[in-house]
Each structure stands twice: as C-alpha cells, then as structure tokens.
Design a protein around this ligand. Structure first.
Ligand code: G2I
Length: 455
C-alpha cells in the first residue's frame, strides 16, 4: 500500500470520507502557504540527502586537481549531490587553441560525479574572463563565430551529462549604470547573449540554460534590475533561457541582504528557475548561511544551492574562511546551520497538480521486498521513497517512464542503464530506505520497482 507523507497535498484516490478529509487538509495547507508540516520529513544527515528530500540539490565547486585528496573526496562523496567544475569547463580549459578541444579535466569531474549519482552544473560557455589568448585577441564577426562554435562544441560534447549550463557568465557592469559589461564579446553586438543561448539550446536541448552573475543579490541594485529586465525581455521574445544563477559571493563589501528572497522570487516569477551557484560568505556566519538556504527553500523554483568549494583551504578566498568545512575537513557551525535549515525547511506553495494516473505499484519480491511510496511533489518534479525489507545488502531496480529523468538520489549508490531510465540502486550503509527525485518532463506516471535482490 502506498503511503503519503503529510506534506503531500495531492487529492487522494481512496474511500470518499478519507478523500474529503485530505482535500480539506490540502485546502488548509494551501491557504496557510505551508505545504510541509514540521516533523513530517525524515531528517537527512548529509547536505545532499537533506536537500534532495526537499526536491533540491546541494552542490559544490570541484577542482579536478583535488580529486586525488582523500580527505576532500570523502567529504565530497558523503555530502554533495551536485558538482560544478570550478575551472575545468571554462573556455581557456576546453579550447586552449582555436578548434582544438580539451576535455580531460572536465571529464574527470563529470565521471566522478555521475558515477556516484551526483548531477553536474556546467560552468561556463561564454565569458569575458578566462578566455584563451587566441580568443582574447579576436573581435567582430570572427569572434562571434568562434564564440558560437565554442558553445556548440562544448555543449554537444557534454550533451546529456550536464543538467544545467551557465551559458553566459557576468555580462553586466557593476555599479549604478545597469549597462552591459564592455567586453570583446559585447562589442560583437548586443545580441551576443541571446545568440549564445540559442546555440546552447540547439546543442543540448535537454540541459537547463542559465544566465549567471554576481552582485545581483540585492533587489534594489541597478545590476540586479538590469539582469531582471534582460530575462524578462528574453522570456517575452522566446529566447531559450531556463534559469538564472546567483553566484552569492558574500563579504563585507557585498553583504547578504534580507531582500535576497525577494530577488529570487521576483526572477522566478518571470518563469525561470533560480539557483544559488557559487555561495561563500566571509567568515562563514552560521545565521547568514542559514538565511540563504531558507530563502532558497522558500522559493518553489529555487532548484538548489552550490557552495564554491568544500574546505576553507579549497576556496578562491581562503583567507576569508568562507566555507562549510575548515581546512582539516571538520564541519563548521555554518554546516550545522545549513543542515538544520534543510531539515526544517518548508516546501513552498506550488500550483495544484494532479496525481499520477497509474495505480500503486506492488513490486515483485525476490529475497527482499521493495515498496515504493510517493513523497513530496512540485510543479515540475516529485520525490519517491523506497523501503526495503528482508535484506541489509540489497539491490533494487527502479524504472521511470521517458521523458522522465531522475535528477537526485539519496541513501544509496545508483548506476544506470544506457537509456538512463532504469536505475539500479545498491545499499551503501545508509539504511533500508532510499529516495530519488524524478523530473516529470510532463509525465506523472509513478516509477516502478522492477526487482529487489539480496547480495
Ligand atoms: O572568482 C570567483 C568566481 C566568480 N564567478 C565565476 C567563477 O568562475 C569564479 O571562480 C574562480 C575560481 O574559483 C578560481 O579558481 O575563477 C577564478 C578565475 O577567474 C579562478 O582562479 C584561477 C586563477 O586566476 C588562475 O591563476 C588559476 O590557474 O584559478 C586557476 C586554477 O587554479
């Protein structure tokens, strides 16, 4: 029998009286804007698992050169379910000479992540900075073509492996002008940004395409408003943009502000997802970290949070000790605050959705039994939880219906068949309940447990 957590506001298909009670509860929840009652979520013990239970990811920037550091990878593999290559997908790394592409370091990170069920954010296809010298010296239509070719080649190479691309990075001026940054790319014509987005969409139609920038946190700032106006214009003209990344490098000169949540929700209201893409905070104050996470959880279209490095010693601003782990890899107070925020977080009010059309699944049982339960559901995705009984070392095969895609997993180690629709989940010592998030992509069919075997 399929159970439902209290936070699930979908109408129930069951006895009439019970349906009425649940519908009344759902209406009450909608009216109070709280769709997840305290105490109903199982508390995760890692950042990634806790975020996944809220339908979010928790990611980190990763440097390929650190993957041989056992302390680093232990934390990475335990805590995070999304990674962003810190430098390895940038233009100077992927096309060091014009027309000669180099993907080794980026692939190292992508393979490390995907083989462990972590998703990958791609960073970044078009940027005024970290250009190889051949590109720095180009201009005009030659540069425009080279930039578009770069976008096409790199996005095509990683097609299907990157869930979201920072297509264009940091294209606006700081300060009060609200103007575009004066770069060699900007000088190829004001339409260079939309041209980059169109090329990226053609190359990888399945990836979410983001605009990413810093100092766009304060809703009242000219730069924030300028990016907002660009996104609104893009949406109105059908330019293929799906998300906006807020880098969120906070420090004494550029502090976190309480209208950050307004910024996130205002952009989301334009019809794009929002993501916190490079979070670090000078001194790592626990309360500020907590606020950022709470702000993301309060906005339905905030997909997740990425911190810009794991340990303080991994940070581009190491002297500011801005991260969640100290240089020895110990959890800091900010870590505890973030985990608590993820575990206590409310899920936001989403538009009402209809339940899956298939009946509850009774999985076949072998030497163990796996029971799939519906969990929280959002406008574009839903969580499922699988409880295994009869074995502690288990392997469970679950299938989703195309074009659905699993975007997050927790409490197990997944592998995939070549279609990407059949997930084989193996126990990893985290107990007998694992979970996953399915991006519906328009199809709300419940995933099916195909088998459970003890090993
Ligand atoms: O500057 C912080 C971030 C701002 N938003 C865009 C991000 O891409 C950017 O990341 C940083 C990396 O964290 C640094 O690691 O981007 C810097 C370059 O713009 C990166 O620094 C570079 C150094 O400048 C190079 O000298 C060095 O070879 O890192 C390279 C690899 O360690």
């Amino acid at each position: 029998m399929t159970e439902r957590c209290q936070g699930d506001t979908r109408p129930r298909t069951g006895p009439r009286a019970r349906t009425a009670i649940v519908l009344a509860a759902a209406a009450l929840l909608a009216a109070t804007s709280v769709a997840f009652l305290p105490g109903t979520a199982s508390a995760g013990t890692t950042l990634g698992a806790s975020a996944a239970e809220k339908g979010r990811y928790f990611g980190t920037a990763v440097a390929a050169s650190r993957l041989s550091d056992g302390n680093y990878t232990t934390i990475l593999n335990r805590e995070f379910n999304s990674v962003t290559p810190e430098n390895e997908m940038k233009i100077d790394a992927t096309e060091p000479q014009q027309g000669r592409f180099s993907y080794g370091a980026a692939e190292q990170i992508v393979n490390h992540a995907r083989s462990r069920g972590m998703s990958v954010r791609g960073h970044t296809l078009a940027w005024h900075s970290q250009q190889p010298s051949w590109m720095e010296s180009m201009s005009g239509s030659a540069l425009r073509s080279a930039m578009l070719n770069h976008v096409t080649q790199v996005a095509t190479h990683f097609r299907g492996q990157v869930v979201a691309w920072d297509v264009v990075n940091e294209a606006f001026e700081d300060g009060t002008s609200g103007a575009r940054r004066n770069s060699n790319l900007q000088r190829t014509g004001n339409d260079w940004i939309e041209a980059a987005f169109r090329a990226a969409r053609a190359a990888d139609p399945g990836a979410k395409l983001c605009y990413n920038d810093y100092n766009t946190d304060n809703w009242t700032h000219a730069k924030t408003q300028a990016v907002y106006n660009m996104v609104r214009d893009f949406k109105s003209r059908g330019v293929p943009i799906d998300c906006v990344g807020f880098q969120s490098h906070f420090n004494n000169d550029s502090p976190y502000v309480s209208n950050y949540r307004t910024t996130l929700s205002s952009f989301a209201a334009l019809g794009v997802d929002v993501q916190v893409t490079e979070l670090d905070i000078q001194g790592a104050p626990a309360a500020t970290y907590r606020s950022v996470v709470e702000d993301c959880l309060a906005v339905a279209r905030c997909n997740g949070v990425t911190v810009w490095g794991i340990r303080d010693s991994d940070s581009w601003r190491a002297s500011q000790t801005p991260l969640l782990f100290n240089s020895s890899g110990q959890k800091k107070a900010a870590y505890d605050a973030v985990l608590a925020a993820l575990n206590n977080g409310t899920t936001p009010t989403d538009p009402p959705t209809t339940p899956p059309t298939t009946p509850p699944t009774t999985p076949p049982s072998g030497s163990c039994t796996a029971t799939l339960q519906d969990s929280t559901r959002w406008g574009d995705r839903f969580n499922s939880q699988v409880t295994v009984s009869g074995a502690s070392n288990w392997t469970v095969v679950v299938a989703v219906t195309p074009p659905q895609k699993v975007s997050n997993t927790w409490n197990g180690t997944p592998t995939w068949d070549s279609s990407g629709n059949v997930m084989t989940m193996r126990s990893n010592g985290s107990g007998n309940v694992f979970g996953f998030t399915t991006m519906a992509n328009g199809t709300w069919t419940r995933p099916v447990v195909r088998s459970c075997t003890a090993s």
